[in-house]
Design a protein around this ligand. Sequence first.
Ligand code: GCB
Length: 673
Amino acid sequence: MFRIFNQSQLITIFFITFLIANLGAQDTEEFFSRPAPNYPSHDPLLGWIDSRNSLTLNGKWHYIVDPMNNGLPEESFFGGFPANKTQKNNLERVEFSFEDAETMNVPGDWNSQNENLFFYRGPVWFYKKFNYSLQPNELVHLYIGTSNFSTKIFINGEIVGAFNSGYTAFNFEVSKYLKNGDNFIIIQVDNTLSADSVPTKKTDWWPYGGILGDVQLITTPRVFIQNANLQLSDKSSNEIKLSVHLNEPVSKKVNLSIPELGIDIDFVSDQEGSINQKINLDDLILWDVGSPKLYDVVISTDSDVISDRIGFREIKVIDEKILLNGNQIKLKGISMHAEPIGEEGFAFSKQHFKNLLNTAQDLKVNFIRASHYPYTRYISQLCDELGILLWEEIPVYWNINWSNVETKTSAKTMLTQMIHRDWNRASVIIWSIGNETPFSDARMDFMIDLKETAEGLDSSRLISAALLSGSVEQFRSLTYFLAKEGLKHSFVSYYEKAIFNQIVSQLQPLYGSMDTFKINIKDPLAEHLDIIAYNEYFGWYYTSFIVDQLGVEESTLRKLMFKLMPSIKIESQYKKPIHLSEFGAGAKRNFKADGGIWSEEYQEDVYRHQLEMIQNNDQIQGLSPWILKDFRSMMRPLAGVQDFYNRKGLVDEDGKKKKAFRVLQQFYEDEWE
Ligand code: GCB
């Protein structure tokens, strides 16, 4: 009987059978909510991918926007998009066609490639045809550099798997789905965020959707080197820790070769397929800021070989100092977002990061805070080559759902993928496990778990998190010092002085014995971090927070804040270095406001006062002001000024410098040693 039907007729028969079964008197509901299929989860990350054979799937992909998620097989009334049904004759009803759909570039975000998708948050389907020639005894892995935020993958109509941790690389072994000749791949990417996701739906940056990193089909032998890590564990004896992981639990000979150092050593993996060894390297030249020495490293088995360029350096903290290769170093940094200069959208290419890092180098930095999420792999490669220190971060941002198991799994997956990708990059000295996370016990458990995960994966780097400032207690004492300052100045009105008098006499018993305003960072998380990173906005937000409660002019408070700032002391009871991970002010380039808010001059003033404060404080060992370049944010609608940009950049979106750029540049070049 089956021989008389062609394939599309068969599908129709099944569909009708399905309809009859489902629309029958018994249970029409099932038709509208079918069980979701099982989506397998990703494989352990493939390391050293740049040394592997691969076929790129970058380029033009067809796409269909699907705000109602109708293309998913379990949601669709029409059979589902992954099947890629095409019309065979003109009496066949097919309501989608990938072949006729528009195209966009992959990698690339959709927000900047189609103006209708600028604010879009939802699912989009991507489709590409490719030709493949399968070789015997090889495995093929689909490797995606980043896709935001939830991804479902189908090859030739079959489910490959799903990955729900945005901003990080992932891979699936896909050999069994491929055939010789024509193949097609369909990927659904959904950039919807929720209260349980990482990050949540509220972020002060653009939640770009799309396939944002390279897409590659990488080939390996059947038994292959999954990943390997080399790091300097002890500078005094030039001791290197080597770990190698094979994809199978087999005992195999593995060779490590570093020709320039005359290293050519064989090891044998244990029953788990792992090697964990220490070796001593003579005459090692260390990787350092300004002299970024990299070595060619090759690891091989009888069937597999991988290589990379790796630098060796030691980073540690002793009391309040940061030591790079045993020498004290101050982190002269700047924070960044992954957005290119002079182009809309998400930064993903080597060229994007080259341009950003050139601008940062012009600022005379030795350190970049890559906030608030992992970027594509090119940034750390470039920092390795240029000798710039790097902080990498996961988007555990503001208040996320600390007690939700899936939220934690997602954050841990991001941390693991980030570390497994960049653990050979000498430039990366800090893993940051979050930004401005408000106090609670649930948050402490969550963050400590992340910290232990990071430490377990990589013991050769520092761990930090940007802590939140501005407790009620801090604001109360700040108010006292501002009021006290206010009594001294003629620009303060009689009415305001009367208010200040009242405040001073009320708060005198509490703060009268203190000679200057101090912030003591007491966040209990600081005890678990190697560097205490702290975000503060004295010259920007804090005055507006206080003004609402006092009934004095905001302009008065801003002037008083500038008077106070140079003497403010930020300190911590934990004897550790403090890194000011953010400070800054908004300014639109060329905006004329007579030195007021949004002018370049006001931003410049904030920087001058901030830097004076920093110069007066020995516990501060690092800075990454907010931020290198103006960046897109849905939270910033002010027309004519912000236009959906956060304007705290030291350069505008086209890379043109604002006045504060030179203030920080000079500080780094001549003043802060
Ligand atoms: C912060 C956040 C950062 C924001 C910045 C701002 O504290 O960490 O993500 O963009 O302030 O500009 O308000």
